[in-house]
Design a protein. Structure first.
Length: 272
């Protein structure tokens, strides 16, 4: 569900979605332009990665509350997923996000998944917490990293330093349990990225289940980065598939998953 401009650029965006098998029945047309994101790759130690977003008058940022027929959009749906970038686009879009989540719950959509996805160039922490904390209290699953949790929910993760490549996994268990207690969500997934250089990261994730108090750690990989844009989205997609298909309930029988511990093994090697 999105909005793109009614021009050839918007047409191209819709065709690209259709080519990947994504339904576009409810894509709205509006706004004067499609948003653009420029990314500059960093190189340690001298230069950090930078991004520039051009979103003014972008289609989705012009969506207003009560404008989307959520009852039609969500009819028959099994899953609803939204990221924190969406409500960051403006007050009217934040209200539309709330309507969407409430509509999903009204239609009995099994799980609403919320990727906090904080972007400091779109809004500050005060505004992010004002919007995101109430939204977090009406979803079932939250995806985040330590910056997202601190910026959007105001909760600190102690004992970690991603820039030094040092993480205390059990510290994430504590903050995930606190998110469950304070916001009533069912599960919290936290991505773990250890930044050794601009092109080499350690990648893993943990999942906390509020109902059982179980905290699972995924395999860890040493990744040589080809293109970092979309890494979090690919994790969200994998988690959605795992939860929707019941694979995470079988994690106890999968030797690659294990109860989380603070002494982490050497990573496998991969390329992303």
């Amino acid at each position: 569900m999105t909005r793109v401009p009614a021009n050839p650029v918007g047409d191209g965006a819709v065709r690209a979605l259709r080519a990947e098998g994504v339904r576009t029945d409810f894509v709205q047309r509006g706004g004067s332009r499609l948003g653009i994101y420029f990314a500059e790759t960093g190189a340690k130690p001298a230069r950090v990665g930078r991004g520039l977003r051009s979103r003014r008058r972008r289609g989705p940022s012009t969506i207003s509350p009560v404008e989307i027929p959520w009852d039609d959009v969500l009819a028959g749906a099994e899953w609803f997923h939204v990221t924190g970038i969406t409500p960051a686009l403006g007050a009217s879009v934040a209200e539309a996000t709330r309507e969407a989540i409430e509509g999903a719950r009204r239609h009995g959509v099994r799980v609403e998944q919320f990727d906090l996805n904080y972007r400091g160039k779109l809004w500050g922490t005060d505004r992010a917490r004002e919007v995101m904390r109430p939204l977090a209290s009406i979803v079932d699953v939250i995806i985040a990293n330590e910056e997202d949790i601190q910026a959007c929910l105001g909760l600190d993760v102690h004992g970690t330093d991603v820039t030094a490549g040092r993480l205390d996994v059990l510290a994430y268990r504590d903050v995930a349990a606190r998110v469950v207690r304070e916001f009533g969500v069912k599960q919290v997934a936290i991505t773990l990225r250890e930044s050794y250089s601009a092109s080499r990261n350690g990648w893993s994730a943990v999942l906390y289940d509020g109902a059982t108090g179980t905290f699972w750690e995924a395999p860890r990989y040493g990744v040589t980065i080809v293109d970092r844009i979309g890494g979090g989205d690919s994790f969200a997609a994998g988690l959605i598939y795992g939860l929707a298909s019941g694979r995470t309930r079988r994690a106890r029988c999968d030797s690659r998953w294990r109860p989380a511990r603070s002494n982490r093994p050497s990573p496998a090697t991969s390329t992303a």
